[in-house]
Ligand binder design. Structure first.
Ligand code: NAP
Length: 246
């Protein structure tokens, strides 16, 4: 049987890279999406292939653009002929208090985080429906459920992802496509490296496990929902946040 295929948006660093590695560990072929030149893709390829004998298709695509997403999914299907798991992970922050937030900061975050998830999902669903099999995992955030001062754009995008996830889960369940969200708390990546030590300390104080999470800890939850271990969970939000939200 052909190997299963997993596409991860924003998969060349942070949580996305850890997710890609987890699927590689379990024998999936990878489609790794990226948009900037921030990461040395050769190094990423070497790092994954050193440990796991799989193939990787890197696709540059901006998830805010429907046509780029269409081309990315077409390229993946051309190469592998199937699409088993899609992880909508690409995301950005542009933090500001509402009083100071520019309209473009609000729009940029919604466009990448929420509309990007819509674009990619819309492109892969027809293939998954034909296969009568698929798993989609959308990366939300604790902030999408609890809110956070200074992140109204980000919180709105991540709350939107939860509503989107539940709606699509209902639309495609009859075709054996399971759609879930994972809501990380604070995870050590480039996104949180920019926070000051004082902010990090105040974050630790709010987490029952008293530390930030690791990307690999999120990846394990994403893998569970995306793998064949999951046959009967759909439309759910799995929180991976050290107990921040109970
Ligand atoms: P990160 O290290 O900043 O990485 C962000 C990723 O998103 C990068 O791979 C980036 O691609 C990609 N990306 C950004 N804009 C894109 C676009 N327009 N098109 C395609 N890809 C794009 O972030 P992270 O911490 O790993 O976060 C990953 C996801 O988890 C995000 O959705 C984030 O909101 C969510 N999350 C993170 C935390 C946390 O504490 N870190 C907590 C909750 C939720 P390039 O590498 O090409 O730039």
């Amino acid at each position: 049987m052909d190997k299963k295929v997993c596409l991860v948006t924003g998969g060349s660093r942070g949580i996305g890279k850890a997710v890609a590695k987890k699927f590689a560990e379990n024998g999936y072929q990878l489609v790794i999406n990226y948009v900037s030149e921030k990461t040395d893709l050769k190094k990423v390829e070497e790092e994954i292939k050193r440990d796991y004998p799989i193939e990787i298709l890197f696709v540059k695509a901006d998830v805010t653009d429907m046509e780029s997403c269409e081309n990315m999914v077409k390229a993946a299907i051309e190469k592998w002929g199937r699409m088993d798991v899609v992880v909508n992970n690409a995301g950005i922050t542009k933090d500001n208090l509402l009083m100071r937030m520019k309209e473009e900061e609000f729009d940029q975050v919604i466009n990448v985080n929420l509309k990007g998830t819509f674009h990619v999902t819309k492109q892969v669903i027809p293939y998954m429906m034909k296969q009568r099999h698929g798993r989609i995992i959308n990366i939300s955030s604790v902030v999408g459920v609890a809110g956070n001062a200074g992140q109204c754009n980000y919180a709105a995008s991540k709350a939107g992802i939860i509503g989107f996830t539940k709606s699509i889960a209902k639309e495609v369940a009859s075709r054996n496509i399971l759609v879930n969200a994972v809501a990380p708390g604070f995870i050590r990546t480039d996104m949180t490296d920019v926070l000051s030590d004082a902010v990090k300390e105040s974050i630790h104080a709010q987490i029952p496990l008293k530390r930030m999470g690791e990307a690999e800890e999120v990846a394990k939850a994403v893998y569970f929902l995306g793998s064949e271990e999951n046959q009967y969970i759909t439309g759910q939000v799995l929180h991976v946040d050290g107990g921040m939200l109970m």
